[in-house]
Ligand binder design. Structure first.
Ligand SMILES: [Zn+2]
Length: 327
């Protein structure tokens, strides 16, 4: 939405004296210098080893840390710049994606003169004929309609398309085909469609660890879950801990094929695990919720060990993070 202006290619900036964390797993460097020419880092390292050009604009970073900008792949904001500034930019997050809020929620940031993180939008999410969030969803009624919706969004700047859980597999597949033609990916929040089916249909991002539940559960539990959620979508909130507390990853025949599929297709996994957190010490967390959360964490560990691309989505707020610290 708001790509930063290209700096003068000859401008020189030196950030001096901070603790440098390179983001590649290297040891932090104390008292570091980073030299930037135009939009490129041309030197970085301990102060004694890096020559600081005399003409560089100096930024004193003593007592601070220098690290690559963080990316929040699942952040929702509406009608303002307060959250993007306080929850993201001031916390080191220099880019975020809002998967599924309509473009109109971002008119104020678009017109704002404030310094903001880079904002990537999907536009309203594509949902079935009885959408869950009527004010945010694009109601998709046919294959043709799915393709039109993708074109409409991409023409207005969507860098990904979000599909929501009442959208049937056939329309997810049509969405993916159209998005693929337009060069953007589709990312999904699932409850009723199995994640492996969605990935085979072309989805390349899965939002929320819970979207994998029906693949990992035993078939009877998965069928019961779908029947209940289809009848009353609000039941997903209580049914997800139920489903996940019963998942046995050591005996889930579709786990390994799912991991293989995620890795082979390069599908991004955005677990947003923070919003599902349940702790034993908290009175309101049931045994079922705690177990379900732990199994979700185990599944993410499997994804990581298999080599999946895992990204961080804060979902703006989570129950055990102070305001603005969900990421
Ligand atoms: Zn969300």
């Amino acid at each position: 939405m708001n790509p930063p202006a290209e700096p003068n290619p000859e401008s020189l900036i030196a950030i001096i004296g901070g603790q440098l964390i390179d983001g590649h797993g290297g040891q932090p460097i104390e008292n570091a210098v980073v030299v930037i020419r135009g939009s490129k880092i041309v030197a970085a390292g301990p102060q004694r080893e890096v020559e600081i050009p005399e003409v560089a604009k100096m930024i004193n970073a003593r007592g601070l840390s220098i690290l690559p900008g963080l990316i929040d792949t699942h952040f929702h904001s509406r009608d303002g710049v307060k959250l993007p500034i306080e929850y993201e930019l001031q916390k080191g997050i220099t880019s975020f994606r809002d998967p599924g809020h309509p473009f109109k929620y971002y008119i104020i940031p678009l017109l704002s003169k404030e310094t903001l993180p880079r904002i990537f939008l999907c536009g309203g999410h594509l949902d079935g004929i009885h959408p869950i969030h009527r004010d945010q969803a694009i109601r998709v009624e046919s294959v043709k309609h799915a393709k039109q919706a993708v074109g409409w969004h991409v023409n207005r700047g969507a860098s990904a398309i979000k599909v929501y859980f009442m959208l049937p597999l056939e329309h997810i597949a049509a969405t993916c085909e159209a998005a693929n033609e337009q060069g953007v990916i589709v990312t999904a929040h699932l409850e009723l469609v199995d994640a492996d089916d969605a990935i085979r249909a072309g989805v390349r991002g899965i939002e929320h660890v819970t979207s994998f539940g029906t693949v990992l559960a035993n078939p009877e539990d998965a069928a019961h879950f779908k029947t209940e959620v289809r009848a009353d979508p609000n039941k997903r909130r209580s049914m997800r801990p139920w489903l996940w507390s019963r998942i046995d990853l050591d005996n889930a025949p579709r786990l390994q094929p799912l991991l293989d599929l995620i890795v082979e297709t390069g599908t991004f996994v955005s677990p947003t695990i923070g919003i599902f957190e349940a702790r034993k010490v908290e009175k309101y967390a049931t045994e079922e919720q705690v177990r379900g959360f732990q199994t979700g964490m185990e599944f993410i560990t499997h994804c990581h060990e298999a080599g999946a691309k895992i990204v961080v989505g804060s979902h703006t707020r989570s129950p055990f993070a102070d305001s603005g610290y969900a990421y």
